[in-house]
Structures are given as C-alpha cells and as structure tokens.
Design a protein around this ligand. Structure first.
Ligand code: FEO
Length: 394
C-alpha cells in the first residue's frame, strides 16, 4: 500500500483491508474495507485526519514516511471507534509533539478506550477553526452518525469535507475516487450503520448544506469528487418516503413455512408489489438491512420452536427493531404443531418500528386451503395499505 496524492499537499495515507470479512464480529464485509486517513500539509502546521485500525498501523506509518512526514502538529480524531482511533497511541509515540484535536465527548471516550493521557489533547468547539498557515480547518459537530461524539472537518481553502463514517462505504478498491458503481456499497453501509439515526442524518445533512465543498472524503471507501451523488442518496434513504416493497425474512424447518412463503410471494407479485424474500439461515444480513432501507412492509416468516418463534426469526425481528427502518406495516406468517405463541413474541420484539401490525397467518401443520385463502387476504390487506399510501397505481 502506498500514499496517494489528492491535490498538492493533501494525501490519502490510510490502509486497504482487502480480506476483512466481518466488522464488529457482526457485519459481513463482502468487499473488505478501508481505513482512510489523510495528511494535510499547511505552510505552518501539518495535520493527520483520523488514523487507521490498529491492525494496519504499520501501513499508516510507512505511508507517512514515504511522503517525508517529519512532523505532525495535530491529529484530528473525528470519532473514537477503534477502526479510526486505534492507531492513535502509536502515532502519538511516533510524533511526540502532536496534539489530538477533538471535541470534549470524543476526548473522554478516547481516554477510556485507549488510555491516552489528558495532556495530549486540545479540544475544539463546534464551528471552531484552526489555522495551518495557508489553510484553515473548521470543525463541524455531527452527533449520532453513529456515535454521540462524531464530527466532520471542513478544509476551507481546498473545499474538502472530511466526514469520517458518514457518507462512507465498506469497500476496498483500487480506485481512490468513487464512480456510480459504489452506490450499493454505500447503501449497505448506510443500512447497517446509519439507518437507526435517520433524524440525526437529516439534521447533519441540513448542517452542511450551505458549505461550499467540491469533494467528500470519508474514512471508509472511495472519495467523492461529485458530492451531490452521495448527498442525494443519503437524503433519499433518510427520508420518510417508502416504496411499494415487502421484505420477508423467514426460516422453515420441515417445509410448511416455506410453502406459505412461496405462495405469499406469488400472491404479492400478482398484486403488483415488489417482494424481497430472505431465507435467514442462508442470508447475508447486510443484504437484508439494505432491503429494509426502502420497504413499506415487513412480513416475518417463522415456524414454532418450543412454543415460541424459531430463533432465526427472533434474530431477524431483533435486527429490524435495532435498525429502525422506516417501515409502515408488519405481519407474521408461519406454522406450528400443537401450540404457538410466536405471534405474541415477535410482535413484542419490535417496539422501535412504528408500524401497524396487519393480522398474521399461522397454520396448524401443513397449510390447508383456508390458510392459503388467509395468505391471499393478507396480500390484499398489504396491497390496500400500499394503495392508501399511493405506493401502488390503482
Ligand atoms: Fe468506522 Fe464508527 O467507525
């Protein structure tokens, strides 16, 4: 890996992680990721913007040496999560004159997480500026994208907005700059990381809307030379507008729930609705999260295990509840042998979803004609709800 010049005196010095396949031991990374770090050389002061995951510290140090970085005056910490801050202790040792520029909340987190001493910090306020000589950096607090302490840096003269996780993607690529092909990687990242904070995202988009920037440089994934592309995508994803789509995360043990799901998928398609079924034991949860970004309705499919829902369906319900998508309707389909409380259990697990629960369809054993009729009734109910929201042409 090597340092890459963005414009005169501004370099990308971070690391690509081509082979990482899991983040937080939770989130699949089919395309790896990057930990972007940027070096800005002002006439008087040199600033490093974010560091890298601790597994890649040597790459960062080597890139800095490659471009002759004899001194660093400031290291900006936008965010305390270790994929960006984890190399800070080593960087502070390598550059003993450097101060960490961050906000008070992030400072406290960095002291807790990385045991960085108090005297290595210089805190900055929202909209505070720090001169570098011929350049000026401005700090913009951006809380809850996705931690409470997050902030951006605006490099005024060069019109670059450094946004840390915000507007980023888990995508290791040869290219430094984004093309339209990155859309799905960014949407996946938004779905997995940002979606629970939609109102904060809208606030932060509002906060930067009058800034004059021509480049967005996040701390994961490619840099945007056409910022409108990603700003518009975020505005769409974070809006309240839902699409005529039903997401069906499901699991089947002996085939009864599978038969119901197959019938129900066809019933919805016949009614002009886009359907996205996910067989949970085989599903990449990032794909499921992406489907939840736009959908109007979720229908969870589950057989009964020990009276309650199958644990895979419990996981899907928990995940949907945690991600807080802008769903409007929910329901449940599935089967049971002798008794079931799966509907009560799943319905009780989704308080964060501000949805109307449409009466579910639960079959005793293999679905019978009356169960298929009930699935048609559920498909009609969903179509009528979508029509009432003008999601389907009548
Ligand atoms: Fe990329 Fe929230 O860390």
């Amino acid at each position: 890996m090597t340092a890459e010049k963005i414009i005169e005196n501004i370099y990308a010095v971070g690391a690509k992680d081509w082979n990482r396949r899991l983040f937080d031991e939770l989130i699949p990374l089919p395309d790896g990721t990057t930990y972007n770090s940027y070096l800005v050389k002002g006439k008087d002061k040199t600033v490093l913007i974010d560091t890298v995951d601790p597994t890649k510290t040597e790459v960062l140090l080597s890139n800095l040496i490659e471009i002759g970085t004899a001194k660093i005056d400031y290291i900006i910490a936008h965010h305390a999560e270790q994929d960006h801050s984890g190399s800070l202790p080593r960087m502070l040792a390598a550059y003993p004159m450097a101060k960490v520029l961050t906000n008070p909340k992030c400072k406290e987190l960095l002291k807790d997480l990385l045991l960085i001493p108090d005297d290595r910090f210089q805190t900055v306020a929202d909209r505070e500026t720090v001169p570098l000589g011929d350049k000026t950096i401005e700090f913009i607090y951006a809380p809850w994208v996705h931690w409470p302490e997050t902030m951006f840096t605006y490099l005024r003269e060069d019109k670059i907005l450094f946004t840390c996780d915000f507007l980023g993607s888990h995508l290791a690529a040869s290219e430094l700059y984004a093309t339209e092909a990155v859309y799905n990687s960014n949407k996946r990242y938004y779905a997995e990381i940002m979606m629970p904070f939609r109102s904060n995202i809208r606030n932060n988009l509002e906060k930067i809307k009058d800034l004059d920037f021509t480049m967005v440089a996040p701390s994961h994934g490619p840099i945007f030379k056409e910022p409108k592309f990603i700003i518009n995508a975020y505005a769409d994803w974070a809006s309240d507008q839902v699409k005529n789509e039903v997401v069906i995360p499901y699991v089947s043990m002996h085939g009864s729930t599978q038969v119901m799901v197959d019938y129900f998928v066809d019933a919805l398609i016949k009614r002009g609705i886009t359907v996205k079924p996910f067989d949970l034991p085989k599903t990449d949860i990032g794909e499921l999260a992406m489907a939840l970004v736009d959908a109007a309705t979720i229908v969870i499919g589950a057989p009964t295990v020990h009276v309650g829902p199958h644990p895979a369906a419990v996981y899907a319900a928990y995940l949907a509840n945690a991600l807080r998508p802008k769903l409007k309707y929910a329901s449940i389909i599935g089967s049971f042998g002798w008794m079931s409380k799966e509907v009560e259990v799943i319905a009780g697990m989704i308080p964060n979803l501000k949805v109307e629960v449409i009466p579910p369809v639960v079959a005793k054993g293999y679905p019978k004609p009356e169960d298929f009729a009930s699935l048609d009734r559920l498909a009609d109910d969903i179509m009528n709800k979508h029509q009432a929201n003008e999601l389907v042409k009548k």
